[in-house]
Every structure is written in C-alpha cells, then in structure tokens.
Design a binder for this molecule. Sequence first.
Ligand code: GAR
Length: 217
Amino acid sequence: MSFPIVVLISGSGSNLQALIDQSLQGQLNVRICAVISNKADAYGLERAKLADIPTHTVDHKLFSSREEFDAELQTIIDQYEPKLVVLAGFMRILTETFAKHYEGRMLNIHPSLLPKYKGLNTHQRAIGAGEKEHGVSVHFVSPELDAGSVILQASTEIAPDDTAESLAKKVHSLEHIIYPLAVKWFSEERLTFQKGIALFDEKALPENGILYNQALL
Ligand code: GAR
C-alpha cells in the first residue's frame, strides 16, 4: 500500500516533479493524492495534470483573512486523508492553527542552510553576506516561519562568479535530491516526530539535521 501525501505549491513545481518522477520510477513508495496551489497559473498544476493527479486552486486573494484561507485549505487537504503534507514552494505564511493541525506531518523545503536566511531572496542574501557556502534545508513545519526542526541539509560552494540565478540553479538540483529522500524516510517511518522532537532511526536529529552525502541514497 503506497503512502498518501498531498503537495502544496505556488509556482513552477520542480520539487513536485522530482516527487512525481521518483514515485513513477518506484524509488519512492508514495501516492500523491492531490496538488493544491494558491495560484491558478502555477506551472506545477500542469505537471500534476500530466501525471493524472487531482488539482485544486485556492486563491488566497478571495479570502478576507489568513484564518479563512487556511481553513479552506485544511478542508480540502483532509478530504484526502494524507499521512504527510508536503510544502513544495508554497509561498504563504501559515496560521498557528493550521501549522499545529499538521504538526509532525508537514514538511517544507527552504533554500538556505537554516537557521541562516529565513524568508525570501536567500541566494542574493548569502552572496551579499560573503558566504562561502549556501544550500537547502528540509524541515518539519512549526508555527514560526522557517523555524521547525531541520531534517536534512545539502550544501554547495559559492563560487566568486556566482549570481543569485546560478546559485539558485545549483541549490535547486540539490533540492530535487534531498526532498524526495526526506519524504521517503518519513513514509518508511525512519523519520518521525514525537513529543515535539524530530527523530531519525529513533534518535533525536542534530540541530542542523543530517548533512546530505551520496551514501544516504
Ligand atoms: C524552491 O527553491 C523552494 O526551496 C522554495 O521555493 C522554490 C520552489 O521551486 N521555497 C521557499 O522559498 C519556501 N520558503 P519549485 O516550485 O520549482 O519546486
């Protein structure tokens, strides 16, 4: 029996595509029950349709408060009874109620080595600060933005001639490796969240999560 997940997006959906591809190739034993976007023109919706995955658009602009938007989102998600909710470039700040409802069963991917560079424009900010390395983190979602327990990180060097665009490309290719891996671990119950603590193989994860290397695949 494959593991039911729902994926939330706002844009291109390349991380969604990585999940679709790995599940089609049998590397990831999950069933993507639905893809939900807050933007009707998100290209990720096309990717989902091509893979015969049901899609929904919940346009945040049609709601008068974050609470109402999140409540509608929750109603749609819960219809599918997913065991995991995967935020894949879903660019919305979540209410505490929503984050708590999915505590321990909602993941996010963020393009920085958390706790550095929460929020937006992470690639430019890392270059501007003169960092030598940058990267990406997968973490459990908590009510505070980009602050939940980190599960897995992958890093890349910042070359002297890197721009925000070239760095984004490098980070994206790492995202497509580590996000499916974290989802796989969760679906296999190697990754769990118990009493507020993220565990991998029943041991508490270190503060910065596990640093990705190829041997983990
Ligand atoms: C990814 O780079 C992801 O890390 C980022 O949005 C992009 C979505 O790309 N997420 C955040 O910044 C969340 N704070 P995609 O639509 O091609 O998967």
